[in-house]
Design a protein around this ligand. Structure first.
Ligand code: ZN
Length: 268
C-alpha cells in the first residue's frame, strides 16, 4: 500500500478499484475491498498489521468495490442502496467481472456477498480514536455514491465520482454528478483519493468535471441532431474527444454502455 498521509494508505495495484485504510488509535478503517479473493485476503492481512479492523466502508454498489467484503472483519457500513445491490448480487455477475478485469482469477470456497451491518441514506458520522469519518451520499456515478471525508487527515475519498480511468455511466445521474463535483470543491482537503487511479489534490476534481461534461455534451449534441439510440451506439465512439482511449473491444463496450445510458437520460 502507498502511504499518503501519516495515517492513510491506498492500494491501487492489486485492487480493481482503489482500496484504502485509515489507521487510528483505536484500530483500522478500510474503505472498499478488492474484488479478486486472493488480493482481498492479502490486503486484509496487510491492513491487520496496523491494528484490528474495526470498520469497513463500501463507497458504492458495484462489484469492484464490494466483492471482497467477506474477507474482512469489522462492522460494514454502506449506503442503503448499496445494501440492496449487495443482496441482489449474483455470483455469475462477479465471475463475469473477474473474467473481464482479472483473467484467471477465481472465487474460492469462502466467497459470499457480505451485506452491511449499518446503512444510511444521507449522512453518517462516526468517531474512532482521534479521527472522525464523515460519510456523505453524493450521487453521480450511481445514486448511492458515498464520499468519506476525514478532516484530521485533510483527505476525501470520492469513490468513482472521480475516476482517473475510463468512467462508467451505467447507473449515472449526469446532472447530479456535475453538482456533486461542484460540492466536492468545497472541502478543505489536500488529498483526493479517487475510485480508480492515483491519489491527487483538488485539481483532479476539475479534471473530472471536464471529463463528465465532455461525455454529457457529446451525447446531448447527438440527441439534438435527432440521432437514434442505434446511431449513437454505432457512431459516438468518443475517440475524437478522448484520443488516448484504448482501441479494444472492452473499451468499445464500456463506451457503448455509457452513451446508451446518457442517451436514455438526456432524451427525457
Ligand atoms: Zn462503480
Amino acid at each position: 500500500m502507498k502511504k499518503i498521509t501519516d495515517n492513510v494508505y491506498v492500494e491501487s495495484e492489486i485492487s480493481v478499484c482503489n482500496s484504502s485504510c485509515v489507521v487510528t488509535k483505536e484500530g483500522v478503517v478500510v474503505i472498499d475491498t478488492p474484488m479478486v479473493p486472493a488480493n482481498a485476503k492479502k490486503l486484509a492481512a496487510e491492513v491487520s498489521k496496523f491494528g484490528k479492523i474495526r470498520y469497513v466502508i463500501n463507497t458504492e454498489p458495484h462489484g469492484d468495490h464490494i466483492s471482497g467484503n467477506c474477507y474482512f472483519g469489522g462492522t460494514l457500513i454502506t449506503h442503503d442502496g448499496t445494501r440492496d445491490a449487495i443482496l441482489a448480487s449474483r455470483v455469475e455477475d462477479i465471475k463475469g467481472m473477474l473474467q473481464m478485469t482479472s483473467p484467471g482469477a477465481t472465487l474460492d470456497k469462502d466467497f459470499r456477498f457480505r451485506p452491511p451491518d449499518i446503512t444510511f441514506s444521507e449522512r453518517l458520522t462516526f468517531y474512532l480514536g482521534d479521527h472522525s469519518f464523515h460519510l456523505i451520499n453524493m450521487p453521480g456515478h450511481s445514486p448511492h455514491q458515498v464520499a468519506v471525508y476525514i478532516p484530521e487527515e485533510r483527505t476525501i475519498f470520492t469513490s468513482d465520482n472521480i475516476s482517473r480511468a475510463l468512467p462508467f455511466f451505467r447507473q449515472a445521474l449526469p446532472d447530479k454528478w456535475l453538482k456533486t463535483l461542484k460540492e466536492l470543491q468545497k472541502f478543505d482537503v489536500d488529498y483526493v483519493v479517487p475510485g480508480h487511479g492515483d491519489v491527487g489534490d483538488k485539481s483532479c476534481i476539475s479534471e473530472m468535471n471536464t471529463v463528465v461534461t465532455t461525455w454529457i455534451n457529446t451525447v446531448k449534441e447527438a440527441v439534438a441532431k435527432g440521432m437514434t439510440l442505434k446511431d449513437v451506439q454505432q457512431k459516438v465512439t468518443m475517440l475524437k474527444q478522448f484520443p488516448d482511449l484504448p482501441r479494444d473491444e472492452r473499451t468499445a463496450g464500456v463506451v457503448s454502455m455509457n452513451v446508451t445510458r446518457l442517451y436514455e437520460v438526456l432524451k427525457k
